[in-house]
Ligand binder design. Structure first.
Ligand SMILES: Cc1cc2nc3c(=O)[nH]c(=O)nc-3n(C[C@H](O)[C@H](O)[C@H](O)COP(=O)(O)O)c2cc1C
Length: 182
């Protein structure tokens, strides 16, 4: 398959997730175009691809505005295609009802605002990126870590992503390309 992989990131973790997805797809012999939402070419047309994967992270209940704008603009084409959304959040690492329902509401709002219903959805737990935060974000995120009972160390990043689960999601979305030459 010819796959468009578009991602939005604020502190950089979703870039790492997109790089993982890129490598996984290439390993399965798919052709992948990876694009960061902040560097979108105006001419980018999702309909030119066999499938689209969009990854974005949640900040105060919302995904990156550049991702939202792109999806809203292209929702008609996206709805006709094989498509996946990877929602990156800290709530995805939680097990309680607040986390599960809260992140489900974020995805519903995103779908409503953009008009896009992805054929598949994956919730990926994100990361605490203390090396990227300013003073205020550091305190807010320390509070969230404390609230979630997650032990963090000052100045150190902490990844909560379940990489094998993400890999399995990608493998089921885009199985090995049987047409590829060996
Ligand atoms: C200021 C701020 C607000 C956040 N708000 C939420 C939120 O509302 N819900 C949530 O589950 N995670 C929230 N997060 C966690 C991020 O989604 C998580 O850190 C993710 O890995 C960020 O990905 P990125 O580095 O690609 O931007 C927030 C993080 C920050 C720094």
């Amino acid at each position: 398959m010819n796959v468009l992989l578009l991602f939005g990131t604020t502190e950089g973790h979703t870039r790492k997730i997109a790089q993982f997805v890129f490598q996984r797809l290439e390993h399965a012999d798919h052709a992948v175009k990876m694009v960061e939402a902040m560097m979108l070419p105006a001419s980018l047309d999702p309909a030119a691809y066999d499938a689209v994967i969009i990854a974005a992270s949640v900040h105060v209940g919302h995904y990156q505005p550049r991702v939202v704008d792109f999806v809203r603009k292209h929702h008609v084409a996206l709805n006709k295609m094989k498509s996946a959304f990877i929602s990156v959040s800290l709530a995805a690492a939680g097990q309680d009802d607040d986390d599960v329902q809260g992140i489900a509401r974020c995805v519903e709002a995103f779908s409503r605002d953009t008009g896009w219903t992805p054929t598949q959805l994956h919730h990926a737990a994100g990361a605490f990126r203390f090396t990227q935060y300013d003073f205020f974000k550091t305190w807010a995120m320390k509070y969230i870590a404390w609230h979630k009972n997650v032990r963090v160390v000052a100045g150190q990043d902490l990844e909560l992503t379940d990489w094998p689960a993400l890999g399995q999601f990608i493998d089921s979305f885009a199985p090995q390309n049987a047409m590829a030459k060996v």
